[in-house]
Every structure is written in C-alpha cells, then in structure tokens.
Write a new protein. Sequence first.
Lengths: 535, 162
Amino acid sequence: MAESNDPVDVLIIGAGASGAALAWTLAETRMRIVCLEQGDWLNPAEYPSASKDWESRQYSDFSISPNQRKRVTDYPVNDQDSPIAVANFNGVGGSTILYAGHYPRFHPSDFRVKTLDGVADDWPLGYNDLEPYYAENDKMMGVSGLAGDPAYPPKPAVMPPLPLGKSGQVLGKGFNAMGWHWWPSDSAIASAAYDGRDKCANLGACTIGCAQGAKASSDITYWPHAIRAGVEVWTRCRVREITVNENDMASGVTYYDGDGNERFQAAEVVVLACNGVGTPRILLNSVSQRFPNGLANRNGLVGKNLMFHPYAAIHGVFDKPLDGYMGPGNCIWSQQFYETDRSRDFVRGFTYEITRGRGPVATAVTGMLSGRIPWGEGHHEKYRELFNRITGMVAICEDLPELHNTVTLDPKLTDSDGIPAPKISYKLSDNSRRMLDYAIDRGTEILEAAGATDVLTQAPIGVGGWHLMGTARMGTDPEKSVVNEWGRSHDVRNLFIVDGSIFVTSAGVNPTRTIQALSLYIGDTIKKRLTTLFD
Amino acid sequence: MSNQETLLASDLPLSEPQREILRALVGSIIPASKDYDTPGANDPLIFKDILVTVHPDADIVASGLEDINQQSMRNHNGVGFADLIASDQRVMVEKLSQALNPFLRTLVRIIAQCYYRDDRVMKALGMELRPPFPEGFTVEEGDWTLLEPVRRRGKLYREVDV
C-alpha cells in the first residue's frame, strides 16, 4: 500500500456541490486542502448536447441512474427495496453535472417543523443563520430569478429570470385562472454572461450536462476559483474508509487510485461531502475496534432517516405548439401548497416545478408506454399530436424522516474496487402518498384550466431519487444526531460532514442551494474556530 | 459516426432467428408511413442502430423475443412471429402493448431512441439536423404582466422568528 503519512490539513471526500463550496471558502486560510474525487473532470465538449443523438444518451453514459450508466467511476446501488431509485453522478461537480439547476431556497418555516407542525424535528439553526451564506452562494453559482416572490422573504436576484416561453405563459394563465401562486423559478442557470460563463442558449438538455456552460455545475463555478487559490483535486481516488487513532480522531483515509492500487493519505481534518448515500456508505464501511458499527455511529443513526423527495409528474397535452425540447427545462414554480394547511389530510407541503417540455425521444417513450401513442397503425399521427405540445409540472413533496428508511451496506454487491455497495430500504409514508394524490389532483385542475385536452400523471416517479438527505443528521443532542450544529461529528472531533446527509428535514424544494449554503456556513464556522476546532 | 454506420458482424448481440423476430416486431410497432414520408423502425439503417443499442440489454431482449415467438407458435399452429402475416402480427403487437413487462419497456425505450434520432425521421418532424450546441434555440421571453395577479395577492410564506 502506498502511504503518505505527511498529513494534509484538510482532506475533503467528494468534489460535488458541497465539497466544492467548502474547498473554496476554506482556501483563504492557506491550509493545504486536498479533495479526493472518485470520478473524472468532465469535458463539456463531449456532453450529449454537442451531438445529434443528444437525447438518447440520457439512457446510457449520461443516465441519472448509476446502475444504468455503469461508468467505471460509478458504484452500484441496490435499490430493489425502494419504490424510488437513486439518481446521482460521480465526477468533479458531482450531481450538479446532471441536475436541472432548479434552485429554490428553504423557507423560514422549514427549519421549525416540530414547533410549527408537530412533526419531525427542528433544525439547530434557522433561515436567518443561513441567509448570508445563501447570498454568498448565489453569487458564486450565479442565480437567475425575479425578486419579489411572495412565497419567500425578500431575496435579491443575481441575474434576470429565464424566459417564460410559450409553456410558461400557458401554465401561468392556468395558475391565474385558479387564483394560485406562481413565480419564475430561481435557477442556477446564467441568463446573462456571468463569471466567465456564457448565457443560456436554450439547448434543452440541462439534465445531461450543459455544453454551453450556462448551468452552474460546481466544476465550472466554485472549483476554478478554489484551485486558483491553491486547493488540489485528485481524481480517480475512491475512498474506502476513514481511519482513526487511539484518541478517536480521524487519522486519514484509505483509498484506491485509478489503477486500483490501495493508498493511504493522512489528514488533520477529514470532511465528507458525498451526499445522503455516499457519506453513510463510507462511514458504515469505516469499521474499527473503536467504532465497530461504523465511524461516528455510536448512537446507531448513521444511514437512518433517509429522505428522498417523492415526486409526482403531472403533464398536459395542448392543442398548440409549446416550447417542446427547446429552452432550459426550468421555467416557473408554484408554492401555493407549500405551507401546512390543517384542512388537508397531510402535513407539510410541496413545490410545483414546471418542466417546460420534452424532446422527441421522451415524447415517444412516455407516449408509447402510457398508451397515448398506439403501437402500429396510428403511431405517426398520434405522435404528432403530442410532439412539442406537452408541458406540465412535477410536485416535489416534503419527505419526513423515518428511522426505517435506511442506507446500509449490501452484503454481496460491491463496486469495481470491492467496496460494499449501498443498499436502500425505503417505504413511501402515508403522509407522502396523500400529498402525492393531492398534488396530482390540484395539478390536473391547473392543466385543465390552462386548456389541456389530456393529462398524464405518475406518482411516485420511480427513477426520481435525485435528492438524498438525512442519513447523518445534525443536532445539538449527541444521542439524536450524528453531527453538531456546525457539521462536526459528535464522536470524532476532526470529522465534518457538509452534504445533504446532515439535513434534519427535507423541506419541499430541491436541496442543492441549501446544501451549498450549509457547506459555506460550516466552512465559515471552521475558520472562526481554527484555534479551538477540536475542543 | 452514428450506430447506423458502425455495425460489424461481431457487434451482433442476438442470434439470426432472434434478429428476424426483432426486425418484424419493431416494424410492427413503428411501421413506415407514406403519409408522413417516414421509414419504419425495421428500416435497415434504423434496425442496425437498434441492434447496436440493444447490446447492454441483450439478455432481457433475447429472452423476451423467445417468449413472443413461443406465444406466436402456440396461438398460430406453430408459426413463429416473424413468419406471421402482417394482420396477425398487428393483433399480437396490440395485445403486447396492453401487457407491458420489463422486456417491452426496455424495447420501447430502445426503439424510440433509435427511431427518433434518424435524420429522415427528424426531417419529417421539421427538426433541424444538428445538435443543440452551439447554435441553441430561441425561446420567446413571454408576457411578464401575467404575474400581476400574483403580486396583488401578497405574502404567502409563514413568518418564523429565527
């Protein structure tokens, strides 16, 4: 085994959304910071939207499913015991390579769900604590939007909103007819040239990598700045475990390089940034005499309380051309049903994220599988009635933490280096089921009010495990949480977690903006406490 | 270079009889159209693409094709699917579309992704034969006055003192 006992100051595992933000904010300390990433740097010139068969590659090397993508840099996930399959990407930029860039903040109420609604737990911090870090992150990532959204406390927009287009106007009229809230989505997509990136060219392929560079994936936002400030990113380095010394302090990591060689790197501080599945996987695999059940897991909570966002898809067919495959997928959102309403049969709520349209392949696949497009006679005529005439929304439903929803280590399945794969066990709660039904009913009303002639629905979206949260939750009580209120492990005082696994609750919005704000917050706390960091 | 141009004999993931069943099946699912001037999914170029794309799913596809052939032979006096008359193939395909299984879901995805990237098909749909990048597309800005009713209704979020 190749060893480096010369410790780096800070070793970050994972170069995705949170690892990049942390590396950047810590860079000013002049510490030696190294980030180990199991994937590669991506070359935007090789993204699918630079080739004619752009859409079909979402089913192969740019699939959101690691089990379908099967890159050498991926690890398999056993999600047979879950109605929702994990979606992710492994590489510099992490899952921001494939995310939509739909980029809402949490709301103030999201941090106080126990106090307000009597469910789950309150966070150990609040919206006001994170607000400065949201603002800092917004500038680093470059957020398009429109100030004045009545669903939020005042927040600035860094760039103008993305265009409404035909789809946004049709749906905006539908919401207006119902008297319900909608607003241009905050998007991590540049609507104007920004920080060396060109503005969105409406490629219509945001979720398979943005060749234009308009979408704010962290490989082209935070990382160039962090690297210029001295941070090192080592790719093709897959961490197997975090090692500890006799003082219950992390001593470094054991990892495999791109050739499969086992290596060791010592570190003064270790930071996990692998999100809600990757982080508990490494912790549970870091078994030692002092931590026989996995690192930072003396209370048994690592891997528990897994939260997805159960998604419902509600789309309408219209009798006129809409935006179809053109434009950023992001358009508008609605938070009419976001806050708890006791007259409904569920607690908490959801966001409608409008998805502008779909491409020719997706139109065919969904049409042929839903029975809308016949097999054989009539295929072409019906296809043309749907092509470029579908728009609608997905409902992002808040998922509440439950101990029985877990990430564990699969006893048989491994990655190519022999590291145990994660196994997901997840059940959709009754509250989520009722919320999904409600979202479909209201979504159908919106589409019909907008003039839809047919409505297609699905819930939950089986491939929709984009958001991975809660498996190493934060809190002030060491018996009820894995990390403290500033991301430090209760059990291991030089081990930090900065990703979605520390979420106490999931809110009803896409999590990346909050993950990154939290990472900046934790980084800032580390900087302020450098001399007493391990006390 | 597309899959339509790169198929080698060694790329063939299915046996010859299985390929004939597949060719007949995909041609029945998406037939050619004179009205729209489009080929069927059994067009030689598109079918080559399908054969290459099947590769990662060859096992499930091979097994599914064998099942369909057995079904055909049971119901049509020993005649395999590829040898059925067109009207019998159509009836069988109609029934298959109403009883989706993992094989058929996989097959639909493969047919759709190969058919709807063929230049002739794209041209018939009125699409430009180019990748999205770098030219991109134009999306109209839209009428932002539609937001006025939303503005008038006022604040929607709960105040929390934290």
